[in-house]
Design a binder for this molecule. Structure first.
Ligand code: NIG
Ligand code: FE
Length: 448
């Protein structure tokens, strides 16, 4: 490199990770958007790679170690991590979780294993409505403790950005309470949290005979209150037979749009309802689940630029007979993301490495496609694509160092947590698999 084409000198380096066997940058042209089709497998790997963070926790250099060393200076006391023999990747982005809830549903899990149906349990007042009762009875401190424990476990598994839905309150006050829990967690957790309003998650018991009445409340009270308080970035609906119809979902999502909350949608999860068509018509940021989506649905989502978020953990726990059409989505040019769907009913799973494994084993994605789905495309699915999801100049220095030489070991070592080190905004927050500052409390969300 000559002096003329050298990049402008960056500020001093506060954290440097160098000599990565495989630096998986996921870099692409700026503003290009989520990856689709053949680009779903493009990783931008640099051998013997390095990435450097500045004082503000953003990436100031990335490239071959020699180049990064030659073009940067270390600040006094800078942390230098030798990643020889290890793979370095962007932190995972989990674009669909129901993180804030009380209680659990371990007994329903057992009932479903014995043949009970998820939607029938809900129709009988259990399922989501059972978690609603427990969550309404819980206070902010109790809900925060549980959510915090789950976030710590997610961090140990490499997740640095988390979308969090409300949806177990189902009144304006209770939905505000859940979103305030998210707001309150921000100073004490390391991850970037992206809150989504899911007031239309189930019809609450008070409106059992008047679901349209509840939709009216959501549109005229809950959405304006939440948007006015700046507590959510997106609006979501559980569009499903026996829950919210396509027409009701449209009303909610249009009200959200009118109040500045772009749409997301739980669509085609347990049956085909037309939710994906609605998501495409409204140019939703994402359409999630899609277990029963058709080729026509996928073509519409591709044309709309909507990200398909597949949730293979929930599908596995619901024992869906057929894998969701993720391969068809890639072929149709739909950008594909994956998420845990962490919740007490369909997916008490919080590990993105596990989801990457399921994306390969159940959905038929290649390891490279699954990694794109868990990072850059997941970031776009939650409006963070220009700030997270890849190791590129100016983005948050959120990264993971594996106890393995290649990302390909993630799905291969299924069920093993290979995450050794996690860096969040340029600071080491997990070292050798342990949180740097672990509070003296139970590490499982079940006990917290
Ligand atoms: O994404 N499908 C609707 N919502 C969640 C499940 C929530 C629950 O069962 O508590 C899901 O699977
Ligand atoms: Fe969900």
């Amino acid at each position: 490199m000559t002096a003329a084409d050298a990049p402008p000198p960056a500020g001093p380096v506060h954290l440097l990770v160098e000599h990565a066997a495989e630096l998986v940058t996921l870099a692409g042209p700026p503003g290009r958007g989520p990856r689709r089709g053949p680009a779903q497998a493009e990783l931008g790997i640099i051998r013997d790679g390095a990435v450097a963070a500045g004082a503000d926790g953003r990436i100031i250099a990335v490239g071959p170690t020699d180049t990064v060393r030659a073009t940067t200076v270390l600040a006094p006391g800078a942390e230098v991590i030798d990643a020889t023999g290890r793979a370095v990747l962007p932190g995972f982005v989990d674009p669909h979780t129901h993180l804030v809830f009380a209680g659990d549903r371990v007994d329903e899990f057992e009932q479903r294993l014995a043949g009970a149906d998820y939607l029938a349990i809900l129709a009988a007042g259990g399922g989501i409505l059972r978690t609603v009762r427990a969550t309404r009875a819980a206070n902010l401190a109790g809900l925060s403790r549980r959510a915090h424990a789950a976030l710590r476990a997610m961090l140990r598994h490499g997740t640095t950005t988390v979308e969090v839905k409300s949806g177990y309150g189902l009144t304006t006050a209770e939905e505000l309470k859940l979103l305030r829990v998210v707001e309150g967690l921000r100073p004490s957790v390391n991850q970037t949290l992206v809150p989504t309003l899911l007031a239309a998650h189930a019809v609450p018991p008070e409106f059992a005979d008047d679901p349209d009445g509840y939709v009216r409340v959501v549109c005229t009270e809950t959405i304006p209150a939440v948007a006015g308080a700046g507590l959510a970035r997106f609006c979501d609906v559980f569009c499903e037979h026996g829950v919210f119809s396509v027409a009701q979902s449209r009303r909610v999502l249009e009200a959200g749009l009118a109040h500045g909350l772009p749409p997301k949608l739980h669509a085609e999860q347990q049956s085909h309802t037309g939710g994906a068509t609605l998501a495409a018509a409204l140019r939703a940021v994402s359409a999630d689940h899609l277990d029963h989506a058709t080729e026509e649905d996928l073509a519409r989502l591709a044309a709309a630029g909507t990200v398909a978020v597949f949730l293979p953990g929930a599908a596995l726990m619901l024992r869906e007979a057929h894998p969701a059409p993720a391969r068809q989505a890639v072929a149709a040019g739909v950008p594909v993301a994956v998420a845990t769907d962490f919740n007490p009913g369909t997916s008490p799973i919080l590990s993105m490495p596990l989801i990457i494994g399921l994306a390969c084993l159940r959905l038929g994605l290649s390891p490279a496609e699954a990694l794109v789905a868990a990072t850059i495309n997941a970031a776009y699915a939650v409006g963070e694509g220009e700030r997270a999801g890849s190791l590129e100049l100016g983005k948050r220095a959120d990264l993971v160092i594996l106890d393995a030489p290649s990302y390909r070991y993630l799905p291969y070592c299924f069920g093993l947590n290979l995450v050794d080190t996690v860096v969040q905004r340029g600071r080491v927050v997990v070292r050798h698999g342990r949180l740097v500052s672990e509070p003296p409390s139970p590490s499982s969300w079940v006990m917290a």
